[in-house]
Write a protein that binds this ligand. Structure first.
Ligand code: SF4
Length: 179
């Protein structure tokens, strides 16, 4: 069965692809933990908007499992207001909007769209200081970059980076395994 990329692993992959592999060493010695089998994809894909409608009680969807068969990705959304079309990812404290944050939101957006929802706007919420950062919907160029990233994740073969980035490595919990 085909593997699906977990949306939650996108940010780590952007940070450093090798960190995903090292994370898997801790998890269960399986280098493919950023993939997930798609046993539930069919169920997820058609669950929320059968017939293209939703009830008012389901207006704000929270923690819902989503998937996109076209891209081979799956995961969970944080909150989506199905009436306004606003998709929000909440994080404890945002110091900077990293590319990986945007890509995770794009991934959730493509899943929701394939599942029949109309996503009109994106935002990231910083809970500690109650700040909300609006994220633009991806244009054609950003969409192409995002899709290339997903392809890179699917085709990744773990190997330590040749040129390690000291600033990045200093922030990485896997440094003891890697250096
Ligand atoms: S220590 Fe550096 S090279 Fe190794 S996984 Fe972490 S960020 Fe990547």
């Amino acid at each position: 069965m085909e593997d699906y990329i977990q949306i939650s692993k996108i940010n780590d992959f952007v940070f450093c692809p090798y960190s995903i592999y090292l994370h898997s060493v801790y998890e269960n010695f399986n280098a493919k933990t950023y993939h997930r089998t798609a046993q539930t994809v069919g169920k997820i894909a058609h669950r929320p908007v059968d017939g293209g409608t939703y009830t008012t009680s389901a207006r704000v969807l929270q923690g819902m499992e989503v998937c996109c068969e076209r891209l081979g990705i799956m995961g969970k959304i944080d909150t989506f207001d199905a009436e306004s079309g606003l998709l929000v990812e909440r994080k404890y404290k945002i110091k900077k909007i990293f590319d990986g944050y945007r890509y995770q939101l794009y991934a959730q957006m493509f899943c929701l769209r394939e599942m029949g929802y109309e996503v009109k706007s994106l935002a990231i919420q910083s809970l500690a200081d109650n700040k909300r950062y609006k994220i633009s919907l991806p244009d054609a160029q950003e969409t192409a970059k995002f899709e290339e990233l997903i392809e890179a994740m699917k085709n990744y073969r773990p190997s330590p980076p040749e040129n390690k980035n000291p600033a990045k490595c200093a922030q990485c919990v896997y440094k003891p395994l890697c250096h």
